[in-house]
Design a protein around this ligand. Structure first.
Ligand SMILES: Cc1cc2nc3c(=O)[nH]c(=O)nc-3n(C[C@H](O)[C@H](O)[C@H](O)COP(=O)(O)O)c2cc1C
Length: 173
């Protein structure tokens, strides 16, 4: 599958089958996160693999957006390692984590594994539940798994603004 086809076909999967994710495929997904670009290549990202009956039960209790995924990736950063923009004083941590998540989401789809980007959860609750160190900021979850056989896109999946609403050309002509 080429990247263009992948981008067009991907959708948020919110219903997963029982099929187990092969370790090799999980490794490929994690590798896509490892190779993601980060500001100044400082690599502040940390990815937690939530797996196993008890852990999955816990994350499903914390957020309804874990759905019935067999594995949930949790993406954060050790923010003290992230680049800080000297002009705005903004940390690049969230941008770095977003690129890591995007690469893993796309790599998963290429392997036939669906995912959904999730921010609807209480960060403090997950940090406490999984004993995440205080100096790690958690940004999002990525439940992953093979889509259920009758999995469909959400109703508004194709609802995108037009290019003209999104793009402004800045040209000196
Ligand atoms: C930053 C971000 C946060 C999101 N949070 C959630 C969430 O908590 N729960 C959920 O079901 N979907 C969540 N989504 C998925 C979006 O709803 C979905 O990507 C969007 O509606 C477009 O649909 P598509 O992914 O099928 O193209 C999130 C997506 C992004 C990028």
């Amino acid at each position: 599958m080429n990247i263009n086809q992948l981008i067009h076909e991907r959708y948020s999967v919110r219903d997963f089958s029982d099929r187990v994710i092969e370790q090799e495929k999980l490794n490929q997904i994690l590798e896509a996160g490892r190779l993601a670009p980060t500001a100044k290549n400082l690599q502040p990202q940390r990815v937690y693999v939530l797996t196993g009956e008890t852990v999955i039960k816990t994350i499903r209790q914390i957020t309804p957006s874990a759905y019935n995924a067999p594995i949930v990736l949790m993406i954060g950063t050790k923010t003290s390692e992230a680049w800080v923009n000297p002009y705005s004083h903004h940390s690049s941590a969230e941008m770095d984590a977003s690129i890591v998540t995007t690469q893993m989401m796309l790599a998963a789809w290429e392997l036939g594994i669906g995912s959904v980007w999730v921010c609807w959860f209480d960060v403090e609750k997950v940090k406490k539940a999984f004993s995440i160190p205080q100096d790690i900021d958690i940004f999002c979850l990525l439940p992953i798994g093979y889509p259920a056989i009758d999995c469909v896109t959400s109703r508004n999946h194709l609802n995108r603004k037009s290019l003209s609403e999104m793009v402004s050309i800045i040209d000196n002509q």
